[in-house]
Design a protein. Structure first.
Length: 250
């Protein structure tokens, strides 16, 4: 199910709590709506609202950390790709095959990850292409100390690119904490039901509670989108990798 559809369900649940509270207000005996009853209910709802706000904040922070780490790792890969190409250029003409393979791998990553970023596909493993590049560098036969030094550095950079790419794949496979999301939505539904239970029925109150429910659903949408960094509304820009591709072969 898409993040927008899930956030719509959250809105229905939260604003449905308001309507449920208003319905219960008509059905409850009058003594259940006394000042003492409202005070006791407000104490409990205050505790639930505080917990919901804290957990929602933690979920947003965790989602932003995940999103930022993916963005930083993409920038790191882009820089290392250019560095690897420059090392191979300094090695000599014998490295032309490895440089062509490197350019091909960057093009494949752009096609698989970014140019299909709105397809909603599951994360794909990096594949064996990076190993082909590593093997081509390994097969280079240095003729002097300079080439031997460059080959060792190029192998290290190639390994770092591969390990970072696999790290990004494994991080992208992390599940969204759905259990926490369900609990938070339940808490907010209870809180909004208490609002409907005690709030007067007029247009100002209804519009305010409607906008509050939209805000809660928007926060859930933000969390879901941040956990989908290469697709959706908040996808990471492919500019760093495209800039790196433009530098290859020079």
């Amino acid at each position: 199910m898409s993040p927008v559809a899930l956030s719509l369900i959250v809105f229905i649940c939260v604003f449905g709590g308001v309507l449920l509270g208003m319905f219960l207000r008509k059905s409850l005996p009058q003594d259940h709506l006394s000042a003492d009853s409202k005070g006791a209910v407000n104490l409990g709802i205050g505790m639930i609202g505080t917990m919901a706000a804290l957990v929602l904040g933690l979920l947003v922070a965790a989602a932003w950390t995940f999103y930022s780490s993916q963005k930083d790792e993409l920038t790191l890969i882009s820089a290392k790709v250019v560095m690897l190409d420059r090392l191979l250029a300094h090695y000599g003409p014998e490295s032309q095959g490895a440089r062509a393979e490197l350019r091909g791998r960057v093009t494949v990553i752009l096609d698989r990850v970014f140019r299909s970023e709105h397809s909603g596909r599951a994360p794909q493993a990096p594949g064996a292409g990076a190993e082909v590049l590593y093997d081509q560098i390994q097969q280079l036969a240095p003729q002097n100390d300079t080439q031997r030094s460059i080959k060792g550095a190029a192998l290290n950079v190639a390994m770092e690119i591969g390990s970072t790419r696999w790290l990004m794949f494994e991080q992208e496979s992390f599940p969204i904490p759905k259990g926490l999301l369900i609990v938070v939505v339940f808490w907010f539904t209870v809180v909004f039901a208490s609002f409907g239970l005690h709030a007067p029925r007029n247009s100002t109150v209804m519009v305010t509670l409607f906008l509050c429910a939209v805000s809660v659903a928007g926060a859930i949408l933000l969390i879901l989108e941040l956990y989908n960094p290469f697709g959706g509304l908040l996808h990471i820009s492919s500019a760093p990798l495209e800039n790196a591709l433009a530098q290859l072969g020079k």
